[in-house]
Design a binder for this molecule. Structure first.
Ligand code: AMP
Length: 249
């Protein structure tokens, strides 16, 4: 069974991004970029399935700038067998990525695609769902446990007030939630080995996909500053403030 794992290059989760002065977006010049954390979980899950003898090959795919090669190498250092870069300088929105991934799936014929549940830069939470729709495949989103048997994936997902278990027939799209696993750190020997693994580069036009944006961002602004807290002397003063100042009781 072949598993395809889409991995996105995003601003590192430790970076505090700044909004550009003209409000057109956030400034990502000279900031640290890393693999989207939910995609690390996806790579880890796919590699574990390979180690368990369930999968035979793990292919990482990234769409975006040439620098996304680093993200693919990071996936290969964690254990992915090879990488595919769909290289473009264009701004990619989730629908465009889903179309590109669909074209890659047509070529690669994976039985399972493990996407992250969301990219921490756009927080869209759309790509996996759109890919499933375009491919006509079942989807199981926000997975916290995945097991594969008899051509089906059994996926546990956390929902409000409990856990739901879905059974989906392969090929299918699964998206990862935080509790699915704890991704490994790549060891130095594996980072070195990853440099020699195959990395194929294609362009959106080679896949016959039009990636032109369908949505326009009107404005990006900083969240409102939080006001400082206030210490109160006793419960009576707290109740008085809640009643007469905040007017919430
Ligand atoms: P999003 O819908 O943008 O929140 O992204 C959800 C998931 O889709 C990510 O966690 C990735 O697995 C995948 N994805 C989104 N954009 C890309 C991209 N440019 N390249 C590869 N995978 C992507």
């Amino acid at each position: 069974m072949k598993i395809l794992v889409p991995v996105k290059r995003v601003v590192d989760y430790n970076v505090k991004v700044r909004v550009k002065a003209d409000g057109s977006g956030v400034d990502i010049a000279n900031v640290k970029m890393s693999m989207n954390p939910f995609d690390e979980i996806g790579v880890e899950e796919a590699v574990r399935l390979k180690e368990a003898g369930v999968a035979t090959e793990v292919v990482a795919v990234s769409c975006g700038l040439a620098a996304s090669q680093e993200t693919l190498r990071a996936a290969m250092a964690m254990g992915a067998d090879r990488g595919i870069l769909v290289e473009t300088d264009a701004e990619l929105q989730p629908l465009a990525v889903a179309k590109l991934l669909k074209a890659v799936c047509d070529k690669e014929q994976p039985q399972l695609v493990i996407c992250g549940k969301q990219a921490i830069d756009d927080d869209a939470n759309q790509t996996g769902q759109m890919l499933a729709a375009l491919a006509g495949w079942p989807q199981a989103t926000f997975a916290s446990k995945v097991s594969i048997a008899d051509g089906k994936a059994s996926v546990m997902r956390e929902i409000d007030g409990g856990v739901e278990t879905l059974s989906v027939t392969l090929p299918a799209v699964v998206t990862t939630d935080l509790r699915l696993n704890e991704p490994r750190y790549a060891t130095l020997p594996n980072i070195m080995k990853a440099k020699k693994k195959p990395l194929e580069t294609v362009k959106p036009a080679d896949l016959g996909v039009d990636v032109a944006p369908r949505l326009a961002t009107l404005k990006v602004s900083e969240p409102a500053q939080r006001k400082a807290g206030e210490m109160v002397a006793d419960v009576a003063q707290l109740v008085d403030k809640l009643k007469n100042v905040a007017k919430v009781i």
